[in-house]
Design a protein around this ligand. Structure first.
Ligand code: PLP
Length: 382
């Protein structure tokens, strides 16, 4: 059988690191997980209870754009978080935000179109684009700009722009005026903008702004995976301009029929579980504090200001020019799984690492002790 060209995408390296960590665990080792971008907590209790109560129902297909009450609930979140009155018809429930990207790219771009994205950035943007015969165009961002693109960096010949705030791996946040300037410049250049806001709710004082606060001409993508601690439930959403609803609906009907019904029931209840979600946030805040206190002393002192999400992106160019090998060595010798920057930046990522602090505080403290021991040995051996 012949492979398609567009199917030849790169692996998601963090998934490979997870697999290497799992093998080490199978062999009896205790691994601290600083690679995975997911909470270790379950879905909120209210969400689990709502699903348990619904299990005797058929839970068959829903309408393609999602349960109307869930779409209304999500619109309510925009009132709560940003003070925006949003027409629930503009909310599209999707199979994770990953499903939202596929719908957005299919609705907005034609084969061969160029789509710009900041580097470092979430690797799957690039790979999903390639699998859909679209061309990712990397914008190399700078540490002094908090690894976010500037309006003057946008390419002149791209049809689309993906923004991410808080960013993954940087954890940095776009200010309201930065969102306004970027979306205005993109509009001038005739680019469709997609704003990935999946880490909203997870910020440590910097606040967070939706692109919807500055324009309605944008696809905004979000998910129940992170703040609501529901990664495996595969339920996310997208807010689209009114004129795009029917196009997206037709694609969604055919591509997915609907997002998972059971997960939609749980997600609706999760919207009310603010206390539990905020308790998880308090754990991340404590973990972040520990990381910022100890990482520089351990030798990881060139880091992006981690304003949101649960990541720290470190420039390790003084230690290595091969982040893949360096991460493998840390896993092997220290039993700590971290993500090589190559996942996020195909060029400069050979000299960076991403640390995730989404696990329990005890795990993070243990991981930091192990990293400190590793770095002592690493320095002594050089
Ligand atoms: C920036 C970003 N966007 C999107 C996703 C995909 O999330 P999901 O499909 O679980 O909603 C992730 C997952 O880690 C991410 O980090």
């Amino acid at each position: 059988m012949r492979h398609s060209q567009r199917g030849q995408v790169d692996p998601f390296i963090v998934m490979d690191v997870m697999e290497a960590a799992r093998k080490a665990e199978d062999a009896g080792r205790h691994i601290i997980h600083m690679e995975v971008g997911q909470p270790s907590t379950p879905a909120p209790e209210g969400a689990r209870r709502a699903l348990a109560a619904a299990l005797d129902q058929p839970l068959g297909y829903t309408v393609a754009l999602g349960l109307p009450e869930l779409r209304r609930g999500i619109a309510g979140l925009y009132r709560r978080w940003y003070g925006i009155e949003l027409n629930p018809d503009r909310v599209v429930v999707t199979p994770g935000s990953s499903g939202a990207f596929i719908l957005a790219f299919a609705a907005l771009f034609d084969a061969g179109d160029r789509v710009a994205l900041g580097e470092p950035g979430y690797p799957s943007y690039r790979q999903i684009l390639r699998a859909m015969s679209l061309q990712p165009v990397g914008i190399p961002t700078r540490a002094e700009d908090r690894y976010q693109p500037r309006p003057q960096d946008l390419p002149l010949d791209a049809r689309g722009l993906i923004l991410a705030s808080p960013g993954n791996p940087s954890g940095t946040v776009l200010r309201r005026e930065e969102l306004a300037a970027l979306t205005a410049r993109a509009a001038e250049l005739g680019m469709n903008v997609i704003s990935d806001e999946i880490y909203h709710g997870l910020d440590y004082g910097a606040g967070f702004h939706s692109a919807l606060e500055v324009t309605d001409e944008v696809f905004v993508i979000n998910s129940f995976s992170k703040y609501f601690s529901m990664t495996g439930w595969r339920v996310g959403w997208m807010v689209v301009p009114e004129a795009m609803i029917r196009t997206v609906e037709r694609i969604a009907q055919n591509m997915f029929i609907c997002p998972p019904h059971a997960s939609q029931v749980a997600a609706l209840a999760a919207l009310d579980c603010v206390e539990e979600a905020d308790a998880n946030l308090a754990v991340y805040a404590e973990n972040r504090h520990l990381m910022l206190e100890r990482l520089p002393g351990i030798g990881f002192d060139r880091i992006a200001p981690p304003e949101g999400a649960f990541y720290i992106y470190a420039d390790v160019s003084e230690l290595t020019d091969n982040s893949l090998n360096f991460a493998a060595e840390i896993l092997e010798k220290a039993g700590v799984a971290v993500t090589p920057g190559l996942d996020f930046d195909p060029v400069r990522g050979a000299r960076t690492l991403r640390f995730s602090y989404a696990r329990s505080t005890a795990d993070i403290a243990e991981g930091l002790d192990r990293l400190a021991g590793f770095m002592d040995d690493y320095r002594a051996a050089r």
